[in-house]
Design a protein around this ligand. Sequence first.
Ligand code: UD1
Length: 432
Amino acid sequence: MTSILAPSQKILTPHLEIRGGARLSGEVRVTGAKNSALVLMAASLLSAEPLRLRNVPGLSDIQGMVEILESLGVDSKRGESSVELNGSGLNQSSPPYELVNGLRASFFCIGPLLARLGVARVPLPGGCQIGARPVVEHVKGLKALGAQVTIEHGVVSAVVPGRGHRLTGARIHLDCPSVGATETLMMAAALAEGETIIENAAQEPEVVDLAGLIIAMGGKVRGAGTPSITIVGMERLHGADYMVIPDRIEAGTLLLAGAITRSCLRVTPVIPDHLGAVISKLEEAGCKLEADGIGMTISADRIRAVDLRTQPFPGFPTDLQAPFMSLLATAEGTSVITEAIFENRLQHVAELQRMGAAIRTQGNTAFVEGVPGLSGAPVTGSDLRASAAMVLAGLAAEGVTMVQGLQHLDRGYDNLEGKLNGIGANIQRHGL
Ligand code: UD1
């Protein structure tokens, strides 16, 4: 497509060019949850029978996970929105660094590899833009299940000693309700001998989705969605055909697109219980939301300031903090936003300021004084959700916003610009 910018304003790196100010209307579809799909794919390592996952989003992270599983001997077949994974050929316990590098979800493989093979060597996922992201809880839990774990030269090596090389159920208390640690330990415990109880477990919907899959594969899990999860280990799990839950973060982003453009639109499918804290905050800000059993309609006119603090589920999700800040940058009054999950997740503030937002930060708190209008500018998304925040700000801004950092956006949003254009936005992608 042709750019509407003068040659002097052009940028060469891949970017979205957003002409702001359009009202949105109609209906927009949410795809399957990235964070669920990634862990469910890793769960294919738990069985020697085929696992078919439906409602899998088309994302670069999903492709990355397919490649990692293939490197371990898993056979894969990709359909339009499905993926079939057959773990019967599993013959490697160590995914190569070059595939793992950059895909944090690769660390999910350690639990099922250890459970099925009794040995796993997985490179440390490392930190990322938003924080250090330790795996201490994952490692502590695997040790409690009987694994010997060492970390050397950036690689976590784990082995289950003894003749059967089988993990043993245990009571594990997590120091913090880590989503990744809960999921890793659930997968490991699914093939362990005896019962495992995970206390102070994460309660996120993706944890419940994983429990649903393990049960569909013949496993026994109780309590997922509460702070105490019990898993009874099985000798083997069978194949399954399983539907991934809708992506609550994508749904939240699309509802925010309606709010920031002061529009009325329907987002579907939405499971309201997955977005309770977000829906409350949108309502407190003055939006009207109506659930109809499948989707949710949002209508927005005037937006008031609200305060929010990120928390583990069912609290306000850290993954929607940046997108919500874009909305509050346009609200009447001053909002106070505190990021309490990740230590470095306010990098979008500087980019929003470039668009005319009035935001001041102190530590991990942002004071967002709403302005009557944002103005288009070249901006860069520093991580996945920050990129989405830039797209939202661009929808509301006067003039043209160029969003760079698409490698982040494409990791987690399946055709975001296509979906937004389908409901009236004006976004063009430039560069490969
Ligand atoms: C998952 C999500 C991510 C989301 C995050 C928090 C996936 C693939 N990613 O990431 O999108 O932003 O949950 O909802 O599902 N922590 C420790 N020690 C540990 C592990 C974690 O202190 O051993 C801390 C982290 O530093 C962070 C907090 O716990 O402050 C939450 O991290 P965690 O729940 O583990 O996030 P992820 O599973 O990595």
